[in-house]
Design a protein around this ligand. Structure first.
Ligand SMILES: CCCCC/C=C\C/C=C\C/C=C\C/C=C\CCCC(=O)SCCNC(=O)CCNC(=O)[C@H](O)C(C)(C)COP(=O)(O)OP(=O)(O)OC[C@H]1O[C@@H](n2cnc3c(N)ncnc32)[C@H](O)[C@@H]1OP(=O)(O)O
Length: 268
């Protein structure tokens, strides 16, 4: 019964979902832009300031999912520098004479459940497997695993993720586990595909590991749209050092658009 209600509500809420939620629920960005680099380093935890969903105003839970992609004290100077660089390119609604100029870059928020990306999804996240957590956001200790932030460029249909690999991601001694790198590539290419095409699932992921990545590294994960064919969204990806002189991993990914029912076992 609860499942049926949740399914109906999920369908309704996802109708309201789309790129708008991903691209607009980013008011925290302008807040961040006010922070100095020093402040970034000493920010323990931050919350985004997405507008409350007025139609849900009687709902008894918090309206603001926590955005885990904001600077915290575990971020190295290199991570902060890369964040500041891309954050400065983001949409700031700057006045340009009488016109407002909108930059093509946007910072995506990063919640601890993907369902929270859907409009109103934060409420459903309390109902559907409430204890589930996004793999990359399930360790509370800051800096121990995946610290990352994704910036999308809507005009170029591309994105860049700044990723700092924590000490619990070891594979080969002193280096980042290939599965952790694959996880981040899936996450970043999946975020771009979801941003461009709505609800999707990974159908295929191909990786070439070119150089070992030292543990603690800060790297850039560049993803770009290759093409869309019907339900299929093809994405390319390169993982490099922050100065882009070193190539760590290359990848291609295929995402297939799904109906919400697919997540509940229906193929319709
Ligand atoms: C609540 C939702 C909220 C919405 C969220 C949206 C975006 C979220 C944004 C940000 C989220 C934050 C972070 C993102 C984090 C992670 C992202 C990664 C997500 C995953 O990590 S997800 C887990 C792994 N993922 C699976 O667990 C999938 C298992 N799988 C299936 O569920 C089916 O397999 C499916 C759905 C893939 C397809 O099934 P289907 O029945 O719908 O479609 P069908 O089979 O007909 O394929 C249609 C066309 O794709 C071609 N095709 C299919 N598979 C292919 C392959 N492997 N290689 C080459 N081509 C392939 C066919 O050949 C045909 O092509 P054609 O039309 O040309 O004939």
């Amino acid at each position: 019964m609860l499942g049926q209600i949740a399914r109906r509500r999920l369908g309704l809420l996802l109708l309201l979902h789309g790129q708008q939620r991903l691209s607009n629920g980013l008011n925290g960005v302008s807040f961040n832009q006010l922070l100095s680099k020093e402040t970034h380093r000493h920010t323990q935890s931050s919350f985004n300031t997405s507008s409350p969903i007025s139609t849900m105003s009687l709902w008894p839970f918090s309206f603001q999912p926590r955005d885990f992609s904001l600077p915290n004290s575990s971020w190295s100077p290199e991570m902060c520098k890369a964040y500041d660089h891309y954050n400065a390119l983001c949409d700031t609604d700057t006045e340009n004479g009488e016109e407002k100029k909108r930059a093509p870059w946007k910072k995506l928020p990063s919640y601890n459940r993907s369902i929270k990306y859907a409009t109103g999804g934060i409420h459903l996240s309390k109902l559907i497997q409430a204890k589930a957590r996004l793999f990359t956001r399930n360790v509370k200790e800051q800096g121990a695993t995946f610290e990352y932030v994704v910036f999308v460029n809507k005009e170029e249909k591309s994105c860049v993720c700044v990723f700092q690999a924590g000490r619990l991601l070891e594979g080969a001694p002193g280096h980042v586990h290939g599965g952790a790198i694959a996880t981040m590539i899936d996450t970043v290419t999946g975020s771009l595909a979801g941003y461009l095409s709505g609800p999707i699932m990974t159908a295929n992921l191909n990786l070439d590991y070119r150089n070992p990545m030292p543990l603690g590294s800060v790297v850039l994960i560049h993803s770009a749209l290759d093409r869309i064919e019907g339900r299929k969204t093809f994405i390319t990806c390169k993982v490099t050092s922050t100065d882009e002189s070193k190539l760590y991993t290359e990848a291609t990914a295929l995402f297939v658009s799904i109906s919400v029912g697919h997540l509940f076992g229906s193929r319709n």
